[in-house]
Every structure is written in C-alpha cells, then in structure tokens.
Design a protein around this ligand. Structure first.
Ligand code: RTP
Ligand code: MG
Length: 147
C-alpha cells in the first residue's frame, strides 16, 4: 500500500480549512495513518524544499512555510501519491481545476493551501523529515474492499 506526505500549509491552517481538506481526502477513500499540528523549523523547510534551492521563489517559500503552524499528515492507499495530487490540483490556484482543493479555495501560486509529494521516492523522503516511524500507525479499514 502506497503512502504520501501531505501538509496543510500555514494559509490553510489560518483560513480554517484543515477539516475541509481532511474530509475530501477521507471521502476519496485514502486512509490517514499519521497527523500532527506542528511548527516547521528552518532546517526541516530547507530539507523539504531542497529541490527548489536557488529558484527565485525559494526564500519566500521558506519564509511562508515556517510562518505559522502546518498540519502534517501521512495518507495511505492505492496509488496514494497520484490520487492526492489529483485531489490537490495544479500548483497555481488560478490554473487548478474547479473541484480540486486549490481550484476551489485559492487564486494564489505560493499560498496554495496544501503540499503533496510528487513521487513515491519523494514521499518516503518527506515522511522521514516530519515523522518518526513510531508516530505512524498501521491499520486497515474494514470498509476498504468497497473503495
Ligand atoms: P507542493 O510541492 O507544495 O505540493 O506544490 P507543487 O508540487 O504543486 O509545486 P512545486 O513546483 O513543488 O513548488 C513548491 C511550492 O512552491 C511555491 N511556489 N511558488 N512561482 C512561484 O512563486 C512559486 N512556484 C511555486 C508553491 O507554494 C508550491 O506549492
Ligand atoms: Mg512539489
């Protein structure tokens, strides 16, 4: 079963959208296996966004992601990485399709509410930045066969 790292960004927490976002992921059929409200440190932010180091938006991105609490999550399911990216929508809220989280709730590119791992390898790396193995649970929903 595949796992992905998702994180409601500081704008989503400030706007009170944690419940809305979690509800969409639950209704799709993904399974939450870890979650916590936390303050991202500068070191975690730099590791998480290492692929963007040197880009023009990098400094603002690090300031943003450390500007307030985030809701860090690990979700599990069949093709969980792709499934979550589909629910999240394109990076730029203006380009994200209606029906997606970004498409429904933001016009912005940086303040785009939620992060989602872009590959299984990224997911494993990112989960390791934000969670201890002991913080993740392993269980199956009895309803899983219907999803
Ligand atoms: P994420 O990593 O947060 O799930 O978003 P993503 O894959 O859709 O986008 P990515 O290219 O990985 O960019 C990471 C985050 O950086 C901010 N960003 N700002 N031109 C800009 O100002 C710009 N481009 C990207 C966004 O917060 C984006 O989610
Ligand atoms: Mg990305």
């Amino acid at each position: 079963m595949e796992r992905t790292y998702l994180m409601v960004k500081p704008d989503g927490v400030q706007r009170g959208l944690i419940g809305e976002i979690v509800g969409r992921l639950e209704r799709k059929g993904l399974t939450l296996v870890g979650a916590k409200l936390m303050q991202v440190t500068g070191e975690q932010a730099a590791r998480h966004y290492a692929e963007h180091a040197g880009k023009d938006f990098y400094d603002l991105l690090l300031s943003f992601i450390t500007s307030g609490p985030v809701f860090a999550m690990v979700w599990q399911g069949d093709q969980a990485v792709a499934a979550a990216r589909q629910l999240i929508g394109k990076t730029n809220g203006l380009e994200a399709a209606p029906g997606t989280i970004r498409g429904d709730y933001t016009l912005h590119t940086r303040y785009n509410l939620i992060h989602g791992s872009d590959s299984v390898a990224s997911a494993e790396r990112e989960i390791g930045i934000f969670f201890q193995p002991s913080e993740l649970v392993s269980y199956e929903k009895l309803i899983q066969a219907w999803i």
